[in-house]
Design a protein around this ligand. Structure first.
Ligand code: VGL
Ligand code: ZN
Length: 210
């Protein structure tokens, strides 16, 4: 504890800590549930917490099952570019879309849902995968005067990384809390994401430093 003095302009942003990304879930991230106690322990250090929730309609275009003959983890040429096809996950209202039962959701001031447009995926909490449709989060955070975002959650190399990169683009300081994240790691995606985040000015810390 103590390298950072956490104040009113700091926000803990918790990405997609949902059952489907945890062991036993439809798109399980290895040891995904290990982030839960780390994030819960961080929450009391922050005055402000926002959660995101991956929230797809049934039949979403990012699901392999929506493309007959395709398998999960293949890619698909969406109108907006290459899109990975995933197993069906985080279907609106399903048990898989619920937060991990041990995640403390009480401190959250906002729960931002994303990926609800049938034809556009949204890894980032700021911009959907067409890279132009805004979720509104940047405006919300700016209006509330936040300057520095501490990112945690699942998965490091997809939703956390894309959120971190967009947050930098939107002018926020970004600190990635490494032990509060876990990765899918598809074809080197973790190394690539880490390199991109580092060159975008994201700093990497462990939760003990906070
Ligand atoms: C995610 C793949 C598909 C994530 C969400 O939360 O990282 N990954 N949907
Ligand atoms: Zn998704």
């Amino acid at each position: 504890m103590g390298d950072f003095s956490i104040g009113t302009k700091d926000l803990l942003l918790v990405i997609d800590v949902q059952n489907d990304f945890c062991p036993g879930g439809a798109l399980a991230v290895p040891n995904g549930d290990a982030v839960v106690p780390v994030i819960n322990a961080l929450m009391p250090r922050f005055q402000h917490v926002v959660l995101t929730q991956d929230w797809h309609p049934a039949g979403h275009q990012s699901f392999a099952s929506a493309h007959p003959g395709s398998d999960p983890f293949q890619t698909f040429a969406a109108e907006y570019g290459e899109q990975v096809l995933w197993p069906e996950h985080c279907v609106q209202g399903s048990a898989g879309a619920a937060f991990h039962p041990k995640l403390d959701t009480v401190p959250a001031e906002l729960i931002l849902r994303k990926g609800f447009r049938p034809g556009i995926d949204s890894y980032s909490a700021f911009y959907e995968n067409d890279r132009t449709t805004e979720t509104g989060l940047a405006g919300y955070l700016r209006e509330r005067g936040f300057a520095r975002l501490f990112l945690t959650g699942l998965a490091t190399d997809f939703c956390v990384a894309w959120s971190a990169l967009d947050a930098r683009k939107e002018g926020f300081e970004v600190v990635l809390v490494e032990d509060a994240c876990r990765a899918i790691d598809l074809d080197g995606s973790l190394d690539k994401a880490r390199a991109e985040m580092a060159s975008a000015g994201v700093s990497f810390v462990t939760s003990q430093a906070i």
